[in-house]
Design a protein around this ligand. Structure first.
Ligand code: UD1
Length: 422
């Protein structure tokens, strides 16, 4: 298995290009199933997760062409040859569950395995299924599979989610665009990825209003056409490199990053004593030597602090001068990076959904183990700031979500390399 070796202490200086958002790309890929015309996605990240999704789509009859130099994925679902998403495909990545809604909307039925994904808590899909039921689908769970049917088509419905879910909001949108009549989705997620999906679907001919607010209204249409769409910049990738620059010290331009998508993170960084400046082509993050200030924050749905940046921020605050409190309100069990950070000398006490990080003057490199996607990269960030060598094992988690991580960091002066395993 591959591992990443980092010798800490080198400041980061340079420019890091931010690619399209994984979490947006995956739902945009699923949207191809809604139309018999081609969907061309530009600014695509090239990741294990987006490749899994392309493989799954291919197994459903979608023609897939990846034009690497142009970072463009061309998808064409002229005919759907299968409406079954098997366990082996879906267990590898939770977002592949998102083919259920589009298959149901276009073909009238689908059989999709219940998902697996990151080991960060229970992560059920009950809200997704309730939304489809409200739209008139028959849903049964048999032997780990969701069997869904709406043979006379889905019907528009008013659905109020009991709490905010990114996945359920997107999935309901993907199904409702081809439903008969109007759908109103209440208490929905407002993440930039939701707006990106709505913009793509509207360009395809859908009639979605309100994306980015707490209520989305959709007027169903009978068919959608093909379009070319540029995937929104990955705010989690941008935030991760912001944290790397802050931890290692230095001056880095995150090319393509958008301040309006990172408000909560920028506030935490500034409170810690890191300079963040919006520039014409991205965000600049600067940190000189000297201790950071501790910061308290809690994860929230957008526009709050993203749970997907919690681990990276914890890594940074391990070196603050004082005590920081971090509350994780989105996922249970999302502090698995804490004991690994402790291997580098961090002082973190976890109790329930709160972690108290008592800053230390220095971290010292050690072998550590990646446990999930965002936790893995928090170990890289800590390694960049630690003295000596840190080896991050099980990096296949990283490859799910960060394209060219070592090259991007090494390009700014980090001493980091991938050691190929068997
Ligand atoms: C998406 C992101 C993930 C991010 C998360 C929150 C993708 C591929 N993944 O995940 O990186 O961390 O948003 O920003 O876009 N829940 C239920 N029932 C449901 C659905 C969700 O109980 O049917 C719960 C979850 O367990 C969790 C909370 O709702 O506690 C929020 O999850 P959700 O917003 O749905 O996250 P995902 O869409 O899975």
């Amino acid at each position: 298995m591959d591992r990443i070796a980092i010798t800490g202490g080198a400041p980061l200086k340079g420019t890091i290009p931010i690619y399209g958002a994984k979490n947006s790309a995956l739902k945009l890929q699923a949207a191809v199933l809604l139309s018999s015309e081609p969907l061309v996605l530009e600014n695509m990240p090239d990741l294990a997760d987006t490749r899994f999704m392309a493989q799954l789509l291919a197994s459903l009859g979608v023609e897939v062409a990846w034009i690497k130099e142009a970072r463009t994925l061309r998808l064409h679902a002229g005919d759907i040859s299968s409406t079954i998403a098997p366990y082996d495909q879906v267990r590898k990545m939770r977002a592949s569950f998102n083919v259920l809604g589009p298959l149901l909307a276009r073909a009238g039925h689908a059989t999709v395995s219940l998902p697996g994904g990151c080991a960060i808590g229970a992560r059920p899909v009950d809200l997704h299924l309730k939304a489809f039921e409200a739209m008139g689908a028959d849903i049964h769970i048999e032997q780990g599979y969701v069997k869904a049917a709406a043979l006379r088509g889905l019907k528009g419905a008013e659905i109020e989610f009991p709490f905010v879910s990114v996945g359920a909001t997107e999935h309901a949108m993907l199904a409702a665009v081809l439903a008969q009549g109007d759908t109103v989705l209440k208490n929905v997620a407002r993440e930039p990825e939701i707006i990106d999906l709505a913009e793509c679907l509207n360009a395809m001919g859908a009639r979605i209003e309100g994306a980015g607010t707490g209520e989305i209204r959709i007027r169903g249409v009978t068919s959608l056409k093909g379009v070319k769409h540029r995937v929104v910049a990955d705010r989690i990738e941008a935030g991760t490199y912001a944290m790397a620059a802050a931890a290692a010290t230095g001056d880095v331009l995150l090319e393509g990053a958008r301040a309006e998508h990172l408000g909560a993170l920028i506030e935490v960084l500034r409170n810690a004593g890191v300079e963040v400046m919006s520039e014409a082509n991205g965000l600049r993050v600067k940190r000189a030597n000297g201790r950071l200030a501790p910061v308290d924050f809690g994860t929230e749905p957008f526009p709050g602090f993203p749970t997907d940046l919690q681990a990276q921020t914890m890594a940074l605050l391990c070196l603050a001068d004082g005590q920081s409190r971090i509350r994780e309100t989105i996922f249970e069990n999302r502090f698995m990076h804490a004991p690994e950070l402790a291997r580098l000398g961090a002082q973190i006490a976890v109790q329930g959904n709160e972690a108290v990080v008592t800053g230390v003057e220095r971290l010292i490199g050690a072998p550590v183990m990646a446990t999930d996607l965002r936790a893995s990269v928090s170990l890289v960030i800590a390694g960049l700031a630690a003295e000596g060598e840190t080896i991050v094992n099980r990096v296949y988690h990283l490859d799910r979500g960060f394209e060219g991580l070592e090259a991007k960091l090494a390009g700014c002066g980090a001493r980091i390399e991938r050691q190929r395993g068997d």
